[in-house]
Design a binder for this molecule. Structure first.
Ligand code: BJW
Ligand code: ZN
Length: 256
C-alpha cells in the first residue's frame, strides 16, 4: 500500500525525534523485517509477504518441523540463499552510526530479524531475540554451530551425534533465547527513547517491549510507512521507509 506522506509533518517529526535522542541518556531500538525490506528481503506479512504460499503455522513451528522437516528446511534453504545476495541498506547503516553517538552500552539494538544485516552494517551489539539463520542447532544433542550462509544438505545432520539439525531461529510456541531476552527487557525498561522500526508489532513477547518501554517512561518513536497495532501507543510516528527516515534522523544528530 502507498500512503502520501506529508513532507512538513515528517520534517517536524524528525526534529522532535532528534531532540529526544539528543536528550536521551539511554536509547533502545527494536527492529523488524521492515528494516530489511529495502535490502530486497521479503517481510512476513505484507502483500508479497514471505508467508504467502507458506502458511506460517506450516513452517515456523516445532510441530511443522517434526511433521515435515524437509519442507521446513526448503523454506529456510531459500531464505539463506536470498541472504547471500543482499546487503545492508541505509537504514541498517544509520542505526550502526547511531551506536557510535552513544557511550558503550547506552544504545541497545534489539532485532527480531534473523538475517544478520545489522551486524553486516557495523552494529556491534545486537540482541537477536528470534535467533539467526546463520546458525544451526542439533535436535538431538542441542549443540549449536555456525553454518555461515553456504548451502547445506537438504536435511543437514549433526557432526557430533548424527542428529537432525534445525535452523537456530525461534518458532511459534518456543521460548526466546534467555540471555538476549533479559538484556532486551532491561534495555527497554531503562531507556529514555525507544525506536520501533519496521515491525508489525503483532508477535509477542517482542511487541511487549514497546509497553515495557512505556511503563519505564520512555518516549516511543515508530518508524513505519504503515500503521500498526502499536501506533496508538507511541508518542511519535515517522511515516516512511526506514532507509529514508533513519538516515535523515541520524543526519540531524550529527549536526546537533
Ligand atoms: C517497513 C518498510 C520499510 C515495510 N521501512 N518499515 C500474547 C497474545 C497472543 C499470542 C501470544 C502472546 N504471547 C505469545 C504468543 C504466541 C506467539 C505470538 O506472538 N503470536 C501472535 C502472532 C499472536 N508468540 C510466540 O510463540 C513466541 N514465543 C513465546 O511466546 O514463548 C513463550 C510461550 C511458549 C509456549 C507457549 C506460550 C508461550 C515466539 C515468537 C517467534 C516468532 N518467530 C518468527 C519466525 C522467526 C524465524 C524465521 O524468520 O523464519 O519471527 S514469526 C515472524 O514474525 C518472525 C519475525 O521476527 C516476527 C515479527 O515480524 P515483523 O518483523 O514484525 O515483520 P512483519 O512482516 O510482520 O512486519 C513488517 C513491518 O515492516 C510492517 O509493519 C510494514 O509496514 C513495515 N515495513 N517496509 C520500514 N521500508
Ligand atoms: Zn547432535
Amino acid at each position: 500500500m502507498h500512503h502520501p506522506v506529508d513532507h512538513d509533518e515528517l520534517e517536524h517529526g524528525l526534529d522532535a525525534a532528534a531532540l529526544w535522542l539528543l536528550q536521551a541518556e539511554r536509547v533502545a531500538v527494536l527492529t523488524g523485517a521492515g528494516v530489511s525490506a529495502e535490502s530486497g528481503l521479503a517481510t512476513f506479512r505484507g502483500p508479497d509477504g514471505l508467508w504467502e504460499g507458506h502458511p506460517v503455522e506450516q513452517v515456523a513451528t516445532p510441530e511443522a518441523f517434526r511433521r515435515d522437516p524437509q519442507m521446513v528446511w526448503r523454506f529456510y534453504h531459500g531464505r539463506r540463499a536470498a541472504l547471500r545476495m543482499v546487503e545492508p541498506n541505509p537504514g541498517h547503516r544509520a542505526l550502526a552510526e547511531l551506536e557510535t553517538l552513544f557511550p558503550a552500552s547506552h544504545l541497545t539494538l534489539i532485532t527480531q530479524n534473523v538475517d544478520g544485516l545489522h551486524q553486516a552494517a557495523g552494529s556491534g551489539r545486537v540482541l537477536e531475540v528470534h535467533g539467526t539463520l546463520r546458525q544451526v542447532r542439533c535436535e538431538a544433542c542441542a549443540e549449536t554451530s555456525d553454518a555461515g550462509l553456504l548451502p547445506l544438505p537438504e536435511l543437514p545432520t549433526c557432526g557430533s551425534c548424527g542428529g537432525l539439525l534445525r535452523p537456530a531461529v525461534v518458532w511459534f510456541g518456543e521460548m526466546l533465547p534467555q540471555d538476549a531476552w533479559w538484556q532486551a527487557e532491561s534495555a527497554a525498561w531503562d531507556c529514555d527513547c525507544f525506536l520501533v522500526v519496521g515491525t508489525s508489532a503483532l508477535v509477542y513477547p517482542a511487541a511487549g517491549l514497546i509497553d515495557l518501554a512505556r511503563s519505564g517512561n520512555s518516549r516511543i518513536v515508530e518508524v513505519n510507512p504503515d500503521r500498526t497495532p502499536a501506533s496508538p501507543r507511541v508518542d511519535l510516528r515517522l511515516r516512511g521507509p526506514a532507509g529514508k527516515v533513519l538516515p535523515a534522523l541520524v543526519q540531524r544528530l550529527r549536526t546537533g
